[in-house]
Design a binder for this molecule. Sequence first.
Ligand SMILES: [Zn+2]
Length: 308
Amino acid sequence: MALSIAIKELRDFLKEIAGVFSQRFDETAGHCPNCSAPYLREEIYCYHCGEQKANQSRDTTFYALLMELLVEILVINRRLFFTIIGLICRPGLLTRAYFLGIRNKFYKPLTILSAVVGIFYGVFASATLFHTGFNEMDQAYQQGWNTSNFLHYDIAGQARLKSETIHRDVKDIIKDTEQKAEVYSKNFFWLIWPLLAVFVSMLVRQQHLNFNYHLVSAAHIFGAYLVAWLLICLITFKVAHVTAIQPVQSLYLNIIFLIYMVFHLRIAYRLTAVEAIWRGLILAAVFFGLIIIFRQATTLISFLTINR
Ligand SMILES: [Zn+2]
């Protein structure tokens, strides 16, 4: 969207808000009370603003109020329903739709991403989705080489050394690390999105598309992944009241998501099945790798930058 159009839309929006203060309803007969357009025929809705014409019989029952409420809840949230169902059940559809110019039906790419992240951290303030927990890294170190500690870094041993050097309790160092990692993971998590877009653009570079297309595509992929995690966390923590996500759960999710990526590439980039499959496999490996590296880097940087 061109900047001038965005500015015009914002200005119109502000004008409409100001209009709430100054609006005089037009009570002349034969005119729309909302926008003053004359009623030309026996229309039911105003041709200019869409307001329903006043009608004694529609407003007389309590049932009518209830039905209005129901319709309003569904209609106001229609984009929410369209977006979630489209994003989860029809991979690639939203990206395709965005570039065909179907933009009012679904939430915009960055709206999806920021809304999911907002809800995520609003509900699960200390979720370790984007940083590896200190204990998780330590346990992974004890078990030998493990994807939860790919550098095989003895974080607990280093914490004991650090505790002697800077004269602080190991427990405090661990607590500080976790706190810093939580902040870092929230602040820098946005880096994953453009990085993912760069990888997508490399995989489909023969298509000669604008980089923005890949940014939108990456926002949808990442958004779908976060929505899936949000649903899993809600079910695990809030419905089943289990305290931890099992590794097997994330394995299942990652397998499903790998298939999702294949379909996403196929639909969003009009690829053949074979082209989509091998690119989907590579993209999934890169994406999971990116998340693993990000999660551990936030924890390691947090730990290494504790100096006192
Ligand atoms: Zn009107």
